[in-house]
Design a protein around this ligand. Sequence first.
Ligand SMILES: [Zn+2]
Length: 473
Amino acid sequence: MHNLNIINKKTKRSRVLAYLVLPTITLLSACVEIQSSSHSTEKNNTPDTHKEEPGQAKNVILFIGDGMGISTITATRIFDGQSKDMEGEENSLAFDNFENVALIKTYNTNAQVPDSAGTATAIMSGYKTNIGTINVRPGQKYEGCGSIPAIKTLTDRSHSAGKSVGIVTTTRITHATPAAMFAHADNRNWESDNEVPREAKDAGCKSIAQQMVESEAEIIMGGGTSKFSENQLNTLKANYTFAANKADMKNFKDGKLRALFSKSHMSFEADRDPAEQPSLAEMTETAIKNLKSNQEGYVLMVEAGRIDHAHHGTNAFRALTDAQALNEAVKVAIEMASEETLIMVTADHSHVFTMAGYPVRGNPILGLVKSIDQTTGLPSDSYEKALDGKPYTTLGYHNGPHLRVASADNRPLTNEDVQDRNYRQQTAIPMNTETHAGEDVALFGHGPGSENIRGVMEQNKISDVIDLALGLN
Ligand SMILES: [Zn+2]
């Protein structure tokens, strides 16, 4: 078990990270160019000030909260605290105690505000690329369809070092983030065979589902049977232990596991039937238990993929309960993983989700903003009012599908309205779906190799932190 109070001391002020990961002088000069070009994809596009040699890790567990920006983390911390009868603000999430933290710049090569395909490629494979593309470089049409793709997946890099690989998500396994562990695709929507255009097929491109069927990762768990043909599903069942529900997963003892728990995405944590679908923490436990048996170590990616989906629908309740489920999975990793394990928690990108002023300390995080009496400093009896004379919630969105119409009959919102699990927070700009946000996200790291997590980092450097910690090529 990890002791979070002990900071790894195996450091030497002798090497500069940039020189370790840039193989040639040519790349170094390319790196300078990157500062001025938004379309470059070479590694390491910031001058690196990291000077300490990282500790060596045997294993890496990478947690990704899809869309878990910093405001989501703060709100989840309070939500989680209030669910334990605390005021909330003083609560700590499991990764709040990690000893190394950095801010991560998330932009894609052609997008100021990114998507999960480009960001997952950066995190796992070390290259920033275009929005919507997985493990291919910008402008390189069908590059991932050849026999030797230019960008090596984290699964392949890990296997080259003899390590086992686990991929766990609550989305369809063919969705952008998990796909970046094992697949190459010019378009993230090439999830099923039917979604790959004829021309791309002729060029040898395969669907993400087919690439999952061919993946040699040891453990793959998520949702999304609907993206697989009957033949593909039969191939999975013939070659691996296949789990269709929680009981199947619990029965899995050893070997390789393929689990598809739902037709499309798995349920939000708030709607999950615990008899049918495992929690993210239970999937994490199963994965670690199995992966640990490899003496050479393992790499495990665990995604809480539906925080993002709840935010897109401006439903803060499900975003926070899914982020809370991620926190529970992180606790499992801290308990089960050996000291030789680098554990990281990050988000691929943020959302336009915000916390408004000035609720009293301990105010329900999903509730209306209760004001503070300026003369006494104590909570007043009334709610804060906007210029329209109506109360408003602490949590809200910059854009999305629920405009500031107080209620269907235009009466002021009540605390009962806004704390309903299906309540969709109000938004300033009307859009069909709420969008991602472009500000930095956080990266929390614990264990050997996490010393390289600090300052403001380009997102593709997360992959370097993994490679350096594990000695991957
Ligand atoms: Zn999204």
